[in-house]
Write a new protein. Structure first.
Length: 130
C-alpha cells in the first residue's frame, strides 16, 4: 500500500461531489473531482461526462434523502489507481443500508478518469427486486 496525497485528495473530492447538497455545488464538485470525459460505472449506472455523473449522484440523493456518503477504512492506492470502501448513512438514525467499494483511476492532473463501483450491501427491497 503506497497511498499518497494524490489518492487521498481524489477520494476526498469524490465524497464532496456525492455529498453536495444542491445542483450548483454538485456540478462544481463533479468538475473538480472528475476529468471532462471521466466516467462512472457501477451495477446500476454507466455514464460518461460531468452531466451524466451529476445525474447519477442526484438520483441517488433523491432516492436517499437525509443520507450522506462516508468513507469506511483507509484509501489503498498505487500509481494512478486507488480503492476505498464507503457507506450511505442516515443523518436521522445512523443506519447505513447501502455500502460499497470503488476503484478509481486518476489522470495526470489528479482528477478521476474512471470509477468502477461495487455494491456490497443494499436494502432488502432493492436486493430482491429485478
Amino acid at each position: 500500500m503506497s497511498v499518497n496525497s494524490v489518492h487521498e485528495t481524489a477520494v476526498a473530492r469524490y465524497f464532496e461531489a456525492w455529498n453536495a447538497a444542491d445542483a450548483d455545488a454538485r456540478a462544481e464538485a463533479v468538475a473538480a473531482a472528475w476529468s471532462e470525459d471521466g466516467g462512472y460505472t457501477d451495477p446500476l449506472a454507466d455514464v460518461t461526462g460531468h452531466d451524466g455523473i451529476a445525474a447519477v449522484i442526484t438520483a441517488a440523493r433523491e432516492q436517499f434523502p437525509g443520507f450522506a456518503f462516508r468513507r469506511t477504512g483507509a484509501v489503498d492506492g498505487h500509481h494512478d489507481i486507488a480503492r476505498f470502501s464507503w457507506e450511505l448513512v442516515s443523518a436521522t438514525d445512523g443506519s447505513a443500508p447501502v455500502a460499497g467499494s470503488d476503484v478509481i483511476a486518476l489522470g495526470k492532473d489528479g482528477r478521476i478518469r474512471t470509477v468502477h463501483g461495487f455494491l456490497d450491501r443494499l436494502p432488502q427491497a432493492a436486493a430482491t427486486a429485478g
